[in-house]
Design a protein around this ligand. Structure first.
Ligand code: FAQ
Length: 315
């Protein structure tokens, strides 16, 4: 059995060669716990993220829109499952992670604490929230931890469909009647700044970035990703004929990027502390749905036990 120092050397050499760490490989405890924290938070976000859009399934304006939205919301559930499975390879169960979320010891993304007031919000979520999610997740396809990186490949493909459907909803509204266009603009006004907050605090205040980047979990910093996102959506907003609600947004020819105005980090902190517009409602709904689903989990466990007894008696 190799000594810890030798195992640590192998771990660092694997990272330096840009190869993947796999579940059976030795890894430092901090690497494991950082991954569990990030993957669990990501999984919880996908699951809680079903609520704002789920709110519109029964009110989607046509059967086609309803079918698309149902498929999208189901995709988010699937993403949650891939991510819980990736976390399980690190030695923690989905049930444990769910308990940690319910106890308030783990988080989900700040963005899902905002309400969906109109149909245009479904478009804004698809365009901006899925757009931000893809911007963040494409580099995660090169994350050093194999199961997380591989889960991201499929998730990104699905998110890109989600982003297009959101953009298409907003495009239709913004090219419709003046009331529809105003509804699209109102949704953009409310979702723009929270979507910039999704990338996390500024680099100088990001507690985990330096370590996570050294371990090649994160490939780009919070601010780099936020910048990519802003640069991507400015021309898209122009094509929609909508205005991003930031009077300070200007092209900086020297940097080759858009400069944006200040983000309200106090609002971000408030939301993270549980005081956003929907934190309490989201968690209340999640805990209730989990309790109401207990009989399904019990039935699945009983069925699996019965099948394993039958398998033993046949053998
Ligand atoms: N919300 O040191 P950093 C989606 C926390 S998926 C809440 O910079 P890190 C799909 C952070 O945990 C959206 N908390 O942290 C979808 C830490 O707290 P702690 C989710 C946040 O991890 C679309 C503290 O602040 N995506 O939308 C947030 O290095 C539509 C310090 O921050 C992912 O989770 C936040 N926004 O970087 C579903 C992607 N930002 O633990 C349905 C994977 C930061 O020390 C509908 N995650 N915090 O108490 C990541 O890439 C990273 O975890 C970051 C944060 C970039 C989010």
């Amino acid at each position: 059995m190799p000594e810890t120092a030798e195992l640590a050397e192998r771990f660092e050499a694997t990272l330096a060669a840009d190869q993947r760490i796999e579940p059976r490989d030795w890894m430092p405890e901090g690497y494991r716990t950082t991954l569990i924290r990030q993957i669990a938070q990501h999984a919880h976000s996908e699951v809680i993220g079903m609520q704002p859009e789920g709110n519109w399934i029964s009110r989607a304006p046509s059967l086609k829109r309803k079918a698309i939205l149902v498929a999208k919301v189901q995709d988010e559930a699937g993403h949650g499952l891939y991510l819980y499975s990736a976390a399980e390879t690190l030695g923690v169960s989905r049930a444990e992670l769910t308990d940690l979320l319910h106890d308030g010891q783990q988080k989900y993304s700040s963005i899902f604490n905002y309400p969906t007031l109109t149909w245009a919000d479904v478009g804004a979520i698809g365009w901006l929230v899925d757009g931000a999610a893809i911007t963040n997740q494409i580099p995660l396809c090169r994350c050093s931890y194999g199961p997380y990186a591989r889960a991201m490949v499929r998730v990104c493909k699905e998110e890109s469909f989600h982003q297009r459907q959101g953009y298409e909803i907003l495009y239709t509204l913004s090219h419709g009647s003046s009331r529809q266009k105003a509804m699209a603009q109102d949704a953009l006004d409310r979702w723009y700044w929270p979507s910039l907050m999704m990338f996390g605090p500024p680099d100088a205040e990001s507690t985990h970035s330096a370590r996570s980047m050294a371990w090649r979990i994160k490939r780009l910093s919070n601010d780099e990703l936020r910048q990519r996102f802003v640069d991507m959506i400015v021309p898209q907003a122009e094509a929609l004929g909508l205005t991003l609600p930031d009077p300070q947004l200007t092209w900086n020819a020297e940097r080759g990027h858009y400069d944006h105005g200040p983000i309200d980090w106090e609002e971000f902190t408030r939301v993270l502390r549980g005081h956003g517009p929907c934190n309490a409602a989201r968690m209340e709904h999640k805990r209730r749905a989990h309790a109401e689903g207990a009989w399904v989990r019990d039935a699945a466990v009983a069925y699996a036990a019965k099948r394993s007894v039958e398998a033993v008696s046949v053998a």
